[in-house]
Design a protein around this ligand. Structure first.
Ligand SMILES: Cc1ncc(COP(=O)(O)O)c(C=O)c1O
Length: 429
């Protein structure tokens, strides 16, 4: 091969945002959380101590993937598992997911309903694409994660349903019912990002019954109402709030239910990119074809390694249990610190954590700062306490609620940070 001198290429910046690009990407909104993360990095680089409770991820120095999972990936690479995987995933992994759902939820899905993909995101995107035509209605509760963006990507009509703190920000059947006639998709998530709460069995069963009733009302020519149930955090649910699924509670909802799941959170393995959908086979088949066109398969060595873990109920429980223990220790420390703020009379309240990565906290400071943005800036700049406001999850930006995410912090960093918050609040007078 001959080498030639490289020509430096110059690109003129567009004169208007999105100039020359498609309408959908021109109006696409970037991630608010990533923008806040940039501010946090700048403060840290300037030497200010910051407790970074913003990212819904794990810092590997806090949560390293299990050595058995790591070594299994290395072994698969060394064994030459480096070509394209089958477009619906390696059979041992699909069997592992089938067995996991059978032993955990008592649900026996056919293998044809199980599709492996590169994490939960492509699964959600694929489900939206497979079900919706532009203008179809998606109903989702707020606060919730990214449904607004997935609606934008598919051109769907969005109906965001407000929820209440006393229900852990999870919707009730009564709140959802008026919006379901004519809708094509109801998108739910439990345990919930951002609140960390999980559906109670009765609350979820009532919603599942609504979905069944709405479908029974529809004619043969009508599109069904589907229920997307994103349970990516279920293996991290606390024993105090056991996880429930709509299909085990109301089996008649199975033909409409799409489970979104994967190892990203359960095994603190967000970078490995292994997720799956469990759904009616005809839908999984079209999602396989769709995701195949974008090549959103999980990497083959990671599939081999994950299959080995899921095949062993004890290993699966051990890996998820270790992550859960680390998360629970951090959430408990946060809760102790927040309880001290409450006891000292500061304008703070919070929802008891239920085991996902998150805890939600309310700062009653809107009268002082005007909106959540103002409170967030105050906490970051005056106390080095970096949090994400609920308006990043679709709520109004003056409700005073924030998400605290514990995957990137050490237990020992938490108490000093809350002392800084107490001092900053005291300075407000
Ligand atoms: C509710 C929810 N679903 C899905 C995802 C994405 O998971 P993955 O990293 O597997 O794409 C996240 C990530 O934060 C999430 O919070």
């Amino acid at each position: 091969m001959t080498t030639t001198a490289a020509t430096p290429l110059a690109f003129a910046p567009p004169t208007a945002p999105g100039e020359g690009l498609g309408r959908m990407v021109t109006t696409l909104v970037g991630s608010e959380i990533l923008r806040i993360a940039g501010e946090v990095r700048a403060l840290q680089a300037a030497g200010q101590p910051v407790l970074n409770l913003t990212v819904g991820d794990f810092a590997p120095r806090q949560f390293r993937i299990d050595p058995e999972l790591e070594q299994a990936i290395v072994r698969a690479l060394a064994a030459g598992e480096t070509n394209y995987p089958p477009s619906d995933g390696l059979m041992p992994l699909r069997e592992g997911v089938r067995d996991l759902y059978a032993r955990s939820f008592g649900l026996e899905y056919p293998l044809a309903g199980i599709l492996i993909a590169s994490g939960a995101r492509p699964v959600i995107w694929g489900a939206y694409q497979a079900i919706l035509d532009p203008g179809d209605t998606v109903v989702y509760p707020v606060p919730s994660w990214n449904n607004n963006h997935y609606c934008h990507l598919t051109g769907a009509r969005q109906v965001a349903v407000a929820t209440r703190p006393d229900n852990g920000f999870l919707p009730t059947a009564e709140e959802l019912a008026p919006h379901l006639p004519g809708a094509t998709l109801l998108a739910l998530n439990s345990p919930l990002n951002p609140a960390g709460s999980g559906f109670g069995r009765e609350q979820l069963a009532a919603i599942a019954r609504l979905v069944v009733a709405e479908n029974r009302r529809r004619g043969a020519a009508d599109k069904p109402l589907y229920l997307l149930y994103d349970q990516i955090y279920w293996l991290l649910a606390d024993d105090s709030a056991p996880h429930a699924t709509p299909v085990e509670l109301v089996p008649e909802v199975a033909p409409y239910t799409i489970f979104v799941d994967g190892i990203s959170k359960a095994f603190a393995a967000t970078g490995l990119r292994v997720g799956w959908v469990v759904a009616p086979p005809h839908l999984a088949a079209r999602m396989r074809d769709l995701l195949g066109h974008v090549g959103a398969w999980a990497p083959r060595p990671e599939q081999v390694a994950t299959a080995g873990i899921l095949a062993d109920a004890g290993q699966t429980a051990r890996l998820a249990g270790a992550v859960r223990a680390g998360v629970v220790a951090r959430l408990a420390e946060l809760e102790r610190g927040l309880a001290r703020l409450v006891a000292a009379g500061h304008p703070v309240r919070y929802l008891p954590p239920a085991g996902a990565l998150y805890l939600s906290v309310h700062f009653d400071l809107i009268a002082r700062f005007g909106n959540n943005r103002g409170i967030r800036k105050f906490l970051l700049e005056e106390a080095g306490f970096a949090v994400v406001p609920f308006h990043a999850f679709g709520t109004a930006d003056d409700n005073g609620w924030f998400r605290l995410s514990v995957g990137a912090v050490g237990v020992e960093e938490i108490a000093p940070a809350l002392e800084r918050v107490a001092a900053a609040l005291a300075r407000l007078g």
